[in-house]
Design a protein around this ligand. Structure first.
Ligand SMILES: *Cc1c(COP(=O)(O)O)cnc(C)c1O
Length: 401
């Protein structure tokens, strides 16, 4: 354990996070992100492109920073869910091709898409007609579009049996240029591959029929992170990678394929330390009552920042490389730890809620297991109240976003 003087030196000299002014923050390791992109690129054939999926503010990591880093590490495309997410990247000066993975419908949306040079997903005949007519009436130019087929996800797109009909329609409409045909897998992280194989067969069948109708084939893509890690025959011309780029494995059995590093860490500072006597209730509802005298630390982060309240009494945090239990209900802006094991811990000390300190590590998968959810949801849960601090751990340098 550091003495108070040493720990103050360690803690407060860190201007990156504004010293004590910063109660809590998310640290984004751009070195880890670039490493992950390079690892994933290494799995792909030379002709296969990598789309960095940066929807939902890059799964909570910060879309602009992630997009720039991913592109310079070898990503070729960007994937977003909505038009505003695409515009944010364009306004930041990013000129890589951007696919909108979600549905868009109206002439106004189409105008924004064309203006910002985004590329929409086409999933419905009516949408295709509206887009073609709107382009005819406005710019008169051509727009690259991406045809989405439903091969078993039962989400966007016409059913795979209607692929030829739909592709023919889009093909026949003026101003729409089919840039790709794609589908999305429902069970790629499942060790049982049967449903995924059925989806792939349907995709292949649909593609063969499109080809038989003497239409030339655009780019084809099917793989998310799990499929990218599973097998090269799922890669086609492009893989759409989200979770793995952020350094998490879609499933434990996929962890041997490449070595990924978690990009995001969540940190906060101790704001008060005190000793409470035995039989003292802690936090709302007194769901924790001390069975002995204990040293309690208050930490400046809570459920409004994205630490799920359902982790109350069921999570740990890292301080000075040691695992420390969280106690009592997590409140909106603060939570409490039992720091009896390190009694001289000081106000201002950094607590790692997600991340690594020395040999100890707490991952989004750990939280997801307790909460019976998936790591994707954990990552997306960190709110904008938490500033994002970009670091490059290899270089030890940092800069505020
Ligand atoms: C979100 C998304 C992805 C990325 O999925 P990961 O499992 O995070 O890699 C790929 N394709 C589509 C259509 C998506 O919506």
């Amino acid at each position: 354990m550091l003495s108070q003087e040493q720990s103050e030196k360690t803690v407060f000299s860190n201007d990156v996070v504004g010293g004590l002014r910063q109660r809590a923050w998310v640290e984004i390791n751009l070195g880890a992100l670039a490493h992950n992109v390079r690892q994933l690129k290494g799995l792909l054939a030379a002709k296969t492109a990598l789309m960095a999926v940066v929807k939902a503010d890059a799964y909570g990591h910060g879309a602009v920073t992630v997009a720039r880093t991913a592109l310079s590490a070898g990503a070729n495309w960007l994937g977003v869910a909505t038009i505003p997410e695409g515009i944010e990247l364009r306004q930041a000066g990013i000129d890589a091709p951007i696919l909108i993975l979600g549905a868009t419908h109206t002439p106004e949306q189409l105008k924004a898409i064309a203006h910002w040079q985004l590329q929409p997903t086409l999933c419905d005949p009516k949408q295709a007609l509206v887009f073609s007519e709107t382009l005819a009436a406005t710019t008169g130019g051509n727009l690259p579009v991406h045809v989405k087929l439903d091969t078993g996800m039962s989400r966007l797109g016409p059913l795979w049996e209607q692929a030829t009909e739909f592709v023919q329609l889009v093909h026949s409409l003026p101003h729409l240029q089919i840039a790709s045909i794609y589908s999305h897998l429902a069970t790629a992280e499942n060790p049982d591959r049967r449903i995924m194989q059925q989806q792939q067969q349907r995709f292949e069948t649909a593609i063969a029929q499109v080809q038989a109708a003497s239409m030339s084939l655009p780019l084809l893509h099917l793989a998310n992170s799990a499929a990218t890690l599973t097998s090269p025959d799922l890669h086609y011309d492009l893989v759409r990678v989200g979770l793995a780029m952020y350094g998490l494995y879609p499933a434990a059995h996929l962890s041997s394929s490449v070595q990924l590093k978690p990009v995001l860490q969540v940190k906060a500072r101790i704001t008060q330390v005190k000793t409470i006597p035995p039989n003292t209730g802690v936090s709302y509802g007194h769901h924790f009552v001390s069975d002995r005298e204990l040293r309690l630390a208050v930490v400046g982060i809570g459920y409004a920042d994205g630490v799920p309240r359902n982790l109350s009494n069921r999570m740990e945090a890292l301080i000075c490389g040691r695992r420390i239990p969280q106690i009592g209900a997590i409140t909106m802006d603060q939570l409490m730890l039992d720091v009896t094991a390190i009694p001289d811990v000081a106000v201002g000390e950094v607590v790692t809620l997600l991340g690594q300190e020395g040999k100890e590590q707490i991952t989004a998968d750990d939280w997801a297991a307790v909460l019976k959810t998936i790591s994707w949801e954990i990552l997306c849960g960190f709110k904008h109240r938490l500033p994002r601090v970009a670091v490059n751990r290899e270089q030890g340098a940092g800069s505020r976003e």
